[in-house]
Design a protein. Structure first.
Length: 196
């Protein structure tokens, strides 16, 4: 097998790779993608995050999302999916919605792909009012993003909202606020954060 990023042939000697799931990155690439768990606060919401949006993480995510390299979907959670499955046992998973246009362009829902290996039941019923670019730059755009969601579904108990990269937190805040009235407990996790 070859590393999905650098294409180097992967040699497996480690104990871990013999018995556990196989990594699709070589050891050298994986060593540049070590999670560093942090709780940050964006737009007044506590967000658990693992990577800075830079370096190899950024390259991989761009290749996956913008170059439509769907094969990469499993590399992001490799080191943290067990943690998420255990830590958030009993939660329902809510990936922030992508616009329909983006999904059509890519041919797949990138966030669902990344979080496929997390075995939590999904929340359905969160929708966007209109197609909108996620990265609003000015205050007015950000306010519109926050107000751009609605939820049609049953009352929820514990929900884990997930995203790939958090910047201003407008999207997360919008999702958070929308489900807050019908949800007992909400936790928010973003794989990476971008300094804003
Ligand atoms: Zn590699």
């Amino acid at each position: 097998m070859r590393c999905l990023y650098c294409d180097k042939e992967i040699e497996r000697y480690s104990f871990r790779s013999l018995f556990l799931k196989e990594d699709q990155l070589c050891e050298k690439c994986r060593s540049q993608l070590q999670p560093d768990r942090k709780i940050i606060e964006v737009s007044g919401i506590k967000v658990e995050t693992f990577f800075e949006y830079s370096g190899l993480f950024k390259s991989l995510l761009l290749q996956y999302k913008e170059c439509h390299d769907e094969a990469l979907k499993n590399v992001f959670l490799y080191d943290i999916e067990d943690y998420i499955n255990i830590r958030y046992f009993g939660y329902q998973l809510l990936p922030v919605p992508s616009t329909g246009t983006k999904i059509e362009e890519r041919g797949f829902d990138h966030l669902k792909g990344i979080f496929e290996s997390v075995h939590l039941p999904a929340v359905n019923g969160l929708k966007m009012k209109k197609e909108m670019c996620q990265e609003g730059k000015n205050l007015e755009e950000r306010r519109q993003i926050i107000d751009n969601y609605y939820y049609e579904g049953e009352a929820l108990k514990k929900v884990l909202v997930v995203d790939d990269v958090v910047t201003t937190g407008s999207t997360l805040k919008g999702v958070f606020r929308t489900i807050e009235p019908t949800t007992k407990k909400i936790k928010v996790l973003s794989l990476a954060y971008k300094k804003y």
